[in-house]
Design a protein around this ligand. Structure first.
Ligand SMILES: [Zn+2]
Length: 323
């Protein structure tokens, strides 16, 4: 049995885990950081999280065969460089080289959303599938595409940007500055903007946080309001589900996946009330025969998805066959 160290670097925290080649998370730990614009602070947090994960796994560095890290941005896989890490205020970071020096082992670099889908393919909702798509609507909307047993990398390495598929060129402004992207319809941010606009026009709602323009309306608040039959919250959830259904139909037409995995904050909170509608809209929008046999399912690995996916990519890079 072999172990690797898998790291998931986020905008405000790092998760590290010791993962076996059987897909078991033997120990994991988190470390908060305030590394915005400061790569060396992120490196300190990675080291601290790694040390804690090893301790939890009761493992030592010489048991770790290799390591990998998932980062929140597009990656040049050949050189292990992250082009841009907007959540960390950094660009052109030599991730592979710097983290290798830090940990004293070879380190592969993966995009975190791609890693999340890989985790679901290795140990979760898409286990064993060769054609899969990941859609992760939360603050934004992350996407990943896996075809014929491989993540799609494309020419630039910037692939799976499903959140920026244009649904309507005159639609609402997206976080990227463009208009009408899927993310401008199907993210927590988009839901919040939409309900606030309607509330200003006089729609009544009991959504928590609606009266305070500075507070965030959380996915759980939408769920609680929906459970209390709040009409505006229900409409917002129906709308976001509808757009995820449209996007699913587009993806099914383009890629013919076996499975589309839905995760992220919105789905974690509201998957139970969203998935049926997403499936219904996708089915209705698909050409005859295209929808047959496609599974639209919720992610299963939760917070472990990215570290599991990073571990899978690390084992693959070492030449291990994974089942
Ligand atoms: Zn966009």
């Amino acid at each position: 049995m072999a172990d690797v160290l898998a790291v998931d670097l986020g905008g405000t925290k790092v998760m590290a885990a010791v993962v076996s080649d059987a897909g078991e998370v033997r120990g994991s730990a988190r470390q908060r950081h305030g590394a915005h614009g400061d790569w060396s602070e992120a490196l300190d947090a990675i080291k601290a999280a790694a040390e804690k994960a090893l301790k939890k796994a009761e493992a030592s560095w010489d048991q770790i065969e290799s390591a990998g890290i998932g980062v929140p941005g597009p990656v040049d896989h050949g050189n292990g460089v992250a082009f841009q890490l907007p959540n960390l205020g950094l660009s052109d970071v030599q991730v592979s080289k710097d983290v290798s020096e830090l940990l004293g082992t070879k380190v592969i670099v993966e995009n975190d959303v791609d890693a999340g889908l890989m985790g679901e393919i290795w140990q979760g909702a898409a286990k064993g599938r060769r054609h899969a798509v990941g859609l992760f609507p939360g603050t934004g909307l992350g996407g990943a595409v896996y075809v014929d047993g491989e993540l799609v990398r494309g020419k630039t390495g910037i692939t799976g940007e499903i959140g920026h598929l244009v649904m309507n060129p005159k639609g609402p402004r997206c976080g990227c500055g463009r208009r009408g992207c899927l993310e401008a319809y199907a993210s927590r941010t988009a839901m919040e903007k939409w309900v606030r606009k309607r509330h200003r026009k006089g729609y009544g709602t009991n959504l928590e946080g609606i009266e305070d323009a500075d507070s965030r309306i959380r996915s759980r608040a939408f769920l609680r309001a929906a459970e209390a039959e709040d009409r505006l919250a229900l409409k917002a959830i129906k709308r976001v589900s509808k757009y995820l259904g449209y996007a699913s139909a587009n993806l099914i037409h383009m890629l013919s996946p076996e499975v589309i995995v839905f995760g992220g904050g919105i789905i974690e909170a509201m998957g139970d009330i969203m998935m049926e509608r997403i499936r219904k809209v996708a089915k209705k929008r698909c050409l005859p025969g295209c929808y047959d046999g496609v599974d639209l399912v919720e992610a299963k690995c939760g917070d472990d998805a990215s570290v599991l996916g990073v571990a899978a990519a690390t084992f693959r890079a070492m030449g291990h066959e994974l089942n």
